[in-house]
Design a protein around this ligand. Structure first.
Ligand code: SAJ
Length: 412
């Protein structure tokens, strides 16, 4: 490892920080860049501003060893890895403004023979757009879309595919798709990822790599939508969907995923829209799956309203706010959405339980009370299981309360 003495990672969030840290742990000098001064200061103290198991110890180690330095402005490096968010705008169109800002920030320090890697989940064509933005600021340098292999600056698209909560293990063990703007770019990027990836590095072009990332998350979304649709059909037909799925999955070629209160997180609930936006008239199943999954929280709300109507003064305990079990992440969480709608409808007294947070998120402030498991169970006449956190599996539910189990926790 002599070629990549210095790597700059732009965006020190859930993906950028672990990537910077793992690279630094392999002896690479890493400059971590983030516009968030608080994040930069925290990392330079050897601490972290996000929740991810085991990351804190590794960050402390690489910062103390002098291999990771965080800053708010990019410095010169051999490789630049961009790992910034790509949310969507109104109308579900991808918002590439963070990538553009990253491009404009690194352009002034680019040097001949640099490699720029985009890791952010992006619509097809984003890497070429990135090259255009860089070329605009640096007409003195050549880029692959202008001169191909001979370009001064090489570009690659290498999507992350790690599961939150298991990031450090999956960063190393997962296979990695490496899309090069040129063959040379793909080979350069593969050499870099080869420093820490034990899985296989699979080389392709940028557009295929961009689409692969979107495809993986859409595959998951479509399959969860199938499970969620089944759960709503089974509710009507008075069939236990969890038992049904368990039985159907005994077929050697059937593998149905689990229904839930809806799909959350900032990936699976977002990425399929990038495909829909690129080919609206063709992406019919992908769009419908999004709509089915987005409709599930409303279905759950209707069930709660129906149950609550049996009580004069309903007290509703909502168990879990995170977007999935055993994490603290509330982003795009269907549980948060359900609790918010219930409160807005004034269905009753709402008690929320979330062992991973100490205060309610802004959108739930007001009449909702954040309480302990015991307090919720003791007072509720309607209990809604929204997340199957390990803490909830130990609860002894009283017979009298009405229970709405969106995760099938009690059926498994
Ligand atoms: N969910 C269900 N039923 C299931 C599985 C999941 O309702 O059977 C729900 C979860 O409760 C959650 C949502 O789907 O609300 C997403 O959870 P997840 O665990 O499936 O995925 P994420 O969002 O944590 O991470 C995904 C992963 N992608 C795939 O598995 C294809 C991860 O590998 C990606 O790196 C990540 O998105 C990303 O960053 O794109």
């Amino acid at each position: 490892m002599v070629k990549y003495q210095t790597v700059a990672v732009i965006g020190l969030g859930y993906i950028g920080l672990p990537t910077a840290t793992v690279l630094a742990s392999r002896g690479v000098k890493v400059i971590g860049v983030d516009v968030n001064r608080h994040a930069v200061d925290t990392i330079n103290r050897g601490e972290i501003h996000i929740v991810e198991p085991d990351l804190d110890g590794l960050v402390r180690h690489v910062v103390q060893a002098g291999n990771l330095l965080a800053t708010t402005t990019p410095l010169a490096a051999n490789v630049f890895i961009i790992a910034v968010p790509t949310p969507f705008k109104d109308g579900h169109q991808p918002d590439l403004s963070y990538i553009e800002a990253a491009a404009r920030a690194i352009a002034p320090v680019l040097e001949k023979n640099n490699l720029v890697i985009l890791e952010s989940t992006s619509p097809v064509g984003a890497t070429e757009q990135l090259a255009n933005w860089l070329a605009e600021v640096r007409p003195d340098l050549s880029f692959p879309h202008q001169v191909g292999e001979a370009a001064d600056i090489q570009l690659a698209y290498c999507p992350e595919r790690v599961l939150p909560g298991h990031v450090l293990r999956e960063l190393v063990e997962n296979d990695r798709i490496i899309g090069g703007a040129t063959k040379r770019a793909a080979e350069m990027a593969a050499e870099l990822y080869g420093l820490f990836v034990q899985g296989e590095c699979l080389l392709t072009d940028c557009r295929t790599a961009e689409m692969a990332k979107l495809t993986e998350n859409s595959f998951r979304d479509v399959n969860i939508a199938f499970a969620n649709e089944l759960s709503m059909i089974c509710d009507k037909l008075d069939i236990n969907v969890w038992e049904l799925i368990k039985l159907a999955n005994r077929h050697p070629r059937v593998n149905i995923l689990q229904p839930g209160p809806g799909v959350g997180g900032h990936c699976i609930a977002v990425d399929p829209w990038f495909i829909v936006d690129s080919a609206p008239e063709r992406a019919r199943i992908i769009r419908t799956a999004r709509e089915v999954n987005d409709s599930k929280p409303h279905f759950v709300v209707d069930k709660v309203v129906e149950s609550a109507s049996k009580y004069r003064e309903p007290v509703i305990a909502c168990l879990g706010l995170a977007f999935k079990a055993n994490i603290d992440d509330l982003r795009e969480s269907p549980a948060v959405e359900i609790v918010r709608i219930l409160a807005a409808k004034g269905v009753g007294r709402i008690l929320a339980v979330e062992p991973h947070v100490s205060e309610l998120p802004k959108q739930l402030s007001g009449s909702i009370e954040l309480v302990s498991i015991d307090e919720a169970i003791a007072n509720a006449n309607v209990i809604v299981i929204l997340v199957d956190h390990v803490q909830f599996k130990k609860i002894e539910f009283c017979q009298e309360a009405s229970i709405i189990d969106t995760r099938g926790m009690l059926s498994k």
